[in-house]
Write a protein that binds this ligand. Sequence first.
Ligand SMILES: Nc1ncnc2c1ncn2[C@@H]1O[C@H](COP(=O)(O)OP(=O)(O)OP(=O)(O)O)[C@@H](O)[C@H]1O
Ligand SMILES: [Mg+2]
Length: 263
Amino acid sequence: MKGDVPAIDVRDLTVYYGGRPAVEGVSFSLERGETLLLLGPNGAGKTTILRVIGGFHREYSGRVLVFGEPPLKAKSLTSYVPQSHSLNERVPLKAFEVVAMGAIYRKGLIHGRIPQTIAEKARSLLEFVGLGDVWRRSFRGLSGGQKQRVLIARALMSDPKLLLLDEPLSALDPSARAEVSAVLGKIKEEKGVTMVITTHDINPLVEIGDRVLLINRRAVAFGRPAEVLTDGVVKSVYGPLARAINVDGRLYCIIGDVHLERR
Ligand SMILES: Nc1ncnc2c1ncn2[C@@H]1O[C@H](COP(=O)(O)OP(=O)(O)OP(=O)(O)O)[C@@H](O)[C@H]1O
Ligand SMILES: [Mg+2]
């Protein structure tokens, strides 16, 4: 990892699928320890940008540096929590076993017993995300919010410097959203991990966001939340019914149904 470089430095990024551009001309940078909220309607390119930063998608032009390195070289510093998890829930894993997988996969130890040190670390990470009491419960029996916190704990097993989270709040009810958001705030405060979080609902996260990137195939706006989330900008992406409002100094976005017509 190089010294004084930003955590993420993206210049004029265009991402392609089979030669066709999906996202064009995006630039932004993020300092170490900062959290970026990546916001935009369905199909805007949020997952695409996250996958490029994570080193999973390499068909792009422009500059993408993660801690001063190309994404593939920085992969050992990065952890990715996908939009929908691909765990086979027919395999009855306990919560701490799912967390331990975050280290076991990297070491290639897919079969056999979980080493003691890894199991202990998995347990302590479950405590960190507020799930110390369910560590032996079956993963598939947990609530949606608990599952998401288990998957976040799993992503922390490798002590990442950069955590990429693709819609960690989707499909959760408001109280579970608040719980998961609180865990993300704790990761930022106590672990100092740099994070990129894609989301449709920015409201539970706006307080931990240092920067917001609003995209709709192109970068629409980038800056501090209060700069980006103005009524005019939000309406330009989400239509005339969307609103950004300030209530007692706290910012709220009402974007209603985000399934908009594609441009
Ligand atoms: N594997 C793929 N092959 C071809 N096109 C793709 C592929 N994945 C995404 N795209 C296209 O790239 C564009 C951006 O998709 P992406 O999944 O990044 O959007 P998103 O902002 O994450 O949307 P959502 O909010 O629905 O998750 C879309 O037009 C999509 O159809
Ligand atoms: Mg997506």
